[in-house]
Design a protein. Structure first.
Length: 292
């Protein structure tokens, strides 16, 4: 079994999953990739490499140290094929976690160009709820992509990582905008990547399924500048970490043995299509979930 490093040692040893290419038609099961480790950061320092680049796993040499972490990619979506005629997006990992569109009040996702491929654009912010006889009822557009739950999307107590490329304009921030989410905090346990508040700082959240204990790491930097940023969340045995543009932005201790497992769908772009769904209002690309 691979050793999992915690605390400050992660800064020198843990690896972040790369942007992924589409699995071939004959691929079955998770693909294992190893990429160079991320570097620790301080303040507003930025990585020297372009975070929006798409280095394929096969083109990146393995780290020279045995402490590097390999990841089993269990779900990934590069959106380059757009939607099929039934509004579905297939899982590039080959594991069958097909995304389907759920929407209300005319909510829709659209494709936009990014580099040589496509990304998904979500509705712009809606700040005008309508008053009805039953009280305040928002008719703002809501849309999420969701894949049915499965065992490999529930990390349990294992190390795991999840992340995406994100573009959010400074005038599209809100109290909370969910990028990736599986489960609800109050009832099921969850893992989540979101962008919080007017300042547009991303954060990673996990909650314990058995105790509902809440753990969050909040990035020191904003990503709400209208350009693409890569944001990764990593959970080791006793550490939760957020990585922005390949630089560690924040980390926090979590209890060993923390269990993350639920029977909820994997959702991208919001937590549901109900009122207060924490709708994401920017663009998303290269989404993945990977187990350590």
């Amino acid at each position: 079994m691979r050793a999992v490093l915690a605390g400050a040692a992660l800064a020198a040893a843990i690896a972040v999953p790369a942007t992924l290419s589409r699995a071939g038609a004959g691929d079955h099961g998770p693909r294992r990739i190893v990429v160079p480790p991320v570097a620790p950061s301080s303040g507003s320092a930025r990585a020297s490499s372009d975070p929006s680049a798409s280095p394929l796993a096969s083109a990146i040499p393995a780290p020279p140290t045995a402490s590097a972490t390999a990841w089993d990619v269990v779900a990934s979506y590069n959106f380059d094929d757009g939607f099929d005629r039934t509004d579905t997006i297939f899982d590039d990992s080959g594991n069958g976690h097909t995304l389907r569109v759920a929407s209300r009040h005319g909510g829709a996702v659209r494709t936009e160009l990014r580099g040589g491929g496509l990304a998904l654009s979500y509705p712009r912010p809606c700040r005008k709820p309508t008053f009805q006889l039953s009280g305040l009822a928002s008719t703002c557009p809501r849309v999420v992509l969701q894949a049915s739950t499965s065992d490999d999307l529930n990390p349990g107590t294992r190390p795991f990582a999840w992340g995406a490329m994100i573009k959010l304009p400074p005038n599209a921030t809100g109290p909370g905008e969910n990028v990736i989410q599986k489960g609800f905090r109050a009832r099921t346990g969850q893992f989540k990547l979101q962008v919080d508040g007017v300042a547009g700082h991303p954060s990673c959240v996990i909650t314990e399924t058995r105790t509902r204990a809440f753990h969050e790491v909040y990035a020191r930097v904003s990503i709400a500048d209208g350009t693409w940023h890569r944001v990764d969340c990593l959970r080791s045995r006793t550490t939760l970490m957020i990585v922005v543009d390949r630089l560690i932005s924040a980390e926090a201790w979590i209890p060993a043995g923390l269990l993350v497992s639920n029977d909820m769908p994997l959702r991208i772009g919001g937590k549901s299509v109900l009122r207060g769904n924490d709708q994401f209002n920017g663009a998303i690309d290269d989404v993945y979930v990977a187990l350590g």
